[in-house]
Design a protein around this ligand. Structure first.
Ligand SMILES: Cc1cc2nc3c(=O)[nH]c(=O)nc-3n(C[C@H](O)[C@H](O)[C@H](O)COP(=O)(O)OP(=O)(O)OC[C@H]3O[C@@H](n4cnc5c(N)ncnc54)[C@H](O)[C@@H]3O)c2cc1C
Length: 394
């Protein structure tokens, strides 16, 4: 049989597809990226890359690209609980990877990473919609064109059809949280700190992520049983942000700079995201609850893990399975710990209040009881002893 023109085809040229294309093109692979958007737009996605994700970006050679093109470093983390500041943390000085958060406008980040994939030698086709995948593997485009490759990468995001076409069973958590966000201009927030606002008991969380120049990405998350808004509404969003603990002065002159959108928080994922020549990366493999801001870090971890396996092993079937097994481990850690944070900070009702009455005073006295996985990454311990310390059970 003739050798396919491409070693790798990525379906999707967002962060996952573009970063993988760049990483493998740099290693000499012949890569094609198929991206349906001609120009990326604000879909209300991740704009705060956690310190452990910055370390993943560094390992992929992307940190300097992000800093040169779109990223605004946030060295500080401020945490407020019920309006009271309990943490002002120097992230580079206190995380294993010595990294800040990076904030950026998601479409600008996507353009920069995809352009750099092309610069590394990947072929990028935009305005192209994939409509199926057949055994081979072969992707089929809307116009009927069929393109074979040695490895097909499903990087088509949280509503991935690649995982369905390739026959991956999709798993889903029960519905629990909702998460909304909007880009705002004219906000006098400190420009060097990400703020997390917990409002335990009210089933609310707020985040304020400055991007520089008075622009912030603001998010508000809700428990489904805590009277969330039924439809996106900016006035209500700002009120809810204040209810979560934001200073009302932040929003006095705020102007929207993009759409307001709300999303279901429940994780969707596949176990073992490799089969029959198709690997899934990023949200297609596991769309984690956006409340906890792990998605882009996980996506970059997927890219690094898959790249390293493909480079190390000429047998790409074995490499794909090895990637999938590793993915199950580190995504499993993030998934478990995110669930603990939802239990402690987001659940509502008497049982959750009881849980908090035990956990929160102990955390206030000793913040090392808070698991640091969300900032430091899934290689930190996350076993039952960590859970019991967090929940104040020992
Ligand atoms: C409200 C919200 C807030 C978030 N906040 C954070 C945060 O603060 N920090 C964080 O780390 N993460 C956050 N995330 C998660 C983060 O946005 C995602 O994890 C990340 O964008 C995933 O990247 P991806 O490349 O896998 O998918 P995507 O960015 O969705 O890219 C998929 C690409 O595939 C293309 N595509 C889809 N189907 C086809 C097709 N059939 N043919 C061709 N192209 C196709 C799409 O056009 C798109 O460009 C948030 C998510 C949401 C929803």
């Amino acid at each position: 049989m003739a050798r396919p023109t491409f070693d790798i085809v990525t379906v999707g040229g967002g962060l996952g597809g573009a970063a993988l294309a760049r990483a493998m093109a740099e290693r000499g692979a012949r890569v094609l990226v198929l991206e349906r958007e001609r120009r990326f737009a604000d879909r209300v996605r991740g704009e705060a890359l956690m310190p452990w994700g910055v370390a993943e970006a560094r390992a992929l050679g992307l940190e300097s690209l992000l800093l040169a093109t779109c990223a605004h470093p946030l060295p500080w983390l401020d945490i407020f609980v019920a309006g009271l500041q309990i943490v002002h943390r120097d992230m580079p000085a206190s995380t294993a990877h010595a990294a800040p958060w990076l904030a950026f406008y998601h479409p600008a980040m996507q353009e920069a990473v995809l352009e750099s994939a092309a610069g590394a030698g990947a072929e990028v086709r935009r305005g192209v919609r994939v409509s199926g995948v057949k055994p081979g593997p072969v992707v089929v485009l809307d116009d009927g064109d069929a393109i074979p490759a040695r490895l097909m990468v499903g990087a088509d995001g949280r509503s991935s059809l690649m995982r369905k076409w390739a026959g991956f069973p999709v798993r889903r958590d029960p519905e629990r949280l909702l998460f909304s966000g909007v880009l705002l201009d004219g906000v006098p927030a400190p420009e060097d700190a990400a703020a997390i606002l917990f409002s335990p008991g009210a089933g609310r969380i707020g985040l304020v992520i400055p991007q520089g120049g008075g622009r912030v990405r603001a998010y508000v998350g809700y428990h489904r049983d805590a009277d969330p808004p039924r439809a996106p509404d900016l006035g209500r969003f700002l009120e809810e942000s204040v209810r979560a603990g934001a200073d009302p002065a932040l929003w006095a002159a705020a102007r929207p700079a993009g759409p307001l959108a709300m999303f279901e928080g429940a994780d969707t994922w596949v176990d073992r995201p490799y089969r029959d020549g198709v690997a899934l990366v990023g949200d297609a493999a596991a769309a984690s609850d956006p409340t906890w801001g792990q998605g882009m870090s996980l996506t970059l971890r997927d890219v690094r893990t898959l790249r390293d396996r493909l480079v190390a092993d000429d047998d790409w079937t074995a490499a794909g399975h090895a990637y999938a097994a590793e993915h199950d481990r580190y995504y499993g850690v993030v998934h478990r710990v995110d669930g603990w944070f939802s239990d402690v900070f987001m659940d509502v009702g008497p049982e959750a209040d009881e849980r908090r009455s035990r956990a929160l005073p102990l955390i206030a006295a000793d913040q090392t009881r808070l698991p640091d996985i969300q900032f430091g990454g899934p290689d930190l311990p996350a076993d039952d002893a960590v859970r019991r310390r967090f929940f104040g059970e020992d």
